[in-house]
Design a protein around this ligand. Sequence first.
Ligand SMILES: [Fe+2]
Length: 142
Amino acid sequence: MSHEGYHEQGDLLPEPTKDLHRALLSLMEELEAVDWYQQRADATKDEALKAVMLHNRNEEVEHAMMTLEWIRRHDAKFNETARTYLFTEKPITEIEDAADGTEGAGTGKTPAKSSGKVSTQTSANASAQPASLHIGSLRSTP
Ligand SMILES: [Fe+2]
């Protein structure tokens, strides 16, 4: 079995960390593919090939988002941070300051932590999600 590029001995890593590693690698691969297809679509003079490249690019975006959603569901810090930064119209560089206040940022029901410290809950199994967290709750957001 492939070691998939661990930076530590595989037998020292718990399964949730290995699964998170698999997901992070897959996300990187999908994003790289988006970049490559976009460039190929822009560069070709053949309209039919451009259409195929753009179709494939968009498929890769879908794959990336599916993988990112898996990561969000399995990693508490990704979940918390996504709820702070995604699906808001606030200026991106002002979101952190807004989250430090009492108002909740993003679509999350709880304001982001203001300590700026990285969560100590780094395990991929750190899915301390609120009971209301499900895909349906994302669909209702603007
Ligand atoms: Fe893909």
